[in-house]
Design a protein around this ligand. Sequence first.
Ligand code: 9WN
Length: 455
Amino acid sequence: MSAGTPAELRVGDPSARVSGAERAAALRRLAITTLDANWEHDHTVPSRTLYPHQWSWDSAFIAVGLAHFRPDRAWRELRTLLAAQWADGRVPHIVFNPALRAGSYFPGPEFWDSTRADGAPAAATSGIVQPPVHAPAAWLVHRRAPSEVSVRALRELYPRLVAQQRYLTGRRDVGGAGLAAVVHPWESGLDNSPAWDAPLAAVPADADIMRAYRRHDTAHADAAHRPTDLDYARYVALVDAYRAGRYRDDGLLGRHPFLVECPLVNAALGLAEHALARIATVVGADPGPHRERAARITEALVDRLYDPATGTFHPRDVRADRLIPARTVLGLMPLVLPDLPARQVQAVLAEAGSPRFGLAARMDRPLPAYDRTAPDFEPLRYWRGPSWLNTSWLLWRGLLTHHRPDLAAGLRESMLALVARSGCHEYFHPDTGAGLGSPAFSWTAALLLDALAEG
Ligand code: 9WN
């Protein structure tokens, strides 16, 4: 049994016989216990061991879960994160907790050296971003329990969420077509996805440079599940390059070795404009410009990242100006967009339902992060095969948006079954459902709560 799971859930014990209602109640208790244990004065850590600071997109998912039992904390979570926003509108992917000892995470604050960059906040942060799922999260938190408090929170967060969009569609529109480019695989949130292999291979790096650093992840997780030293050397080289330009974005095309338009980041960008249009109506702002921007982003996403030959979405390597052929779960993420054209909706459903991803009204295995039929599918290494609750949850929300309750129910059940079997793990074996990575992972708990509530 996993640590912290209520005895009556009998997680991992196939002989356990519990009713659906008992299982739901036990799962809810487990999720709340996990989130309570990871609460840290004004934010939630993704994991006490592996990720002890505040992470950007984790906080958005976490807020969605907190809304189900502690809406006050949900707003606090988002406020704390957005208080660390840079003057240019970027929301950093990590906000460091100054109370933690040096070396509690690599790369830490001294490596990012953010406070020397123009427009950085007083708090030490990283200099890169993550998918902008915060406006959709804020909307869901409000919708869960609208109140004077939630309207006040939306009013306060709205200008910051708008600035986040302006940053991504402005300074980060390196390709010039209205989409945001990421400068590092960490910005996609799916750090180690095979989607990044080709553009990353072009980043000069030597695995030996990792001798100069102490990796924190491999001290807390099985090295065979984590990126290799060569991957890390490239991650470090990319931060070095971006930091050397003080995290400025002008002229990136001429000088930065990794520039990619990611389907997940840009689907989140479009969804955020839809959410901002709704938020605008609550806070007395004009929703019109948000609707127009949302339409432009969806159009650009289809134009630039959809491949009619494969019938799915792919990241675009902006430097090489070509689509990256790997079929990953990133390709399914545009389904979150309510205005995705019918043709692409059908294509994504076909891709998701193919043996590559196995979406069905009754799923026999969880949704993997990568094409199961690919020769380099790795069931244990993170983002290269295992199943994650956040990408499943995004797809589940997309299925509800596009009126596929049958498939949404199948996916929801597979998410619940994973946690019932293994606890709130960071990710799961895509065949057996065994828990992998951190055992008490916040977004797993948070998104589970959300899925439970909609059953
Ligand atoms: C780097 C915190 C983060 C998630 C990412 C996930 C992992 C960090 C790491 O953990 O990334 O940001 O050290 O590997 O890939 O999606 O936000 O949970």
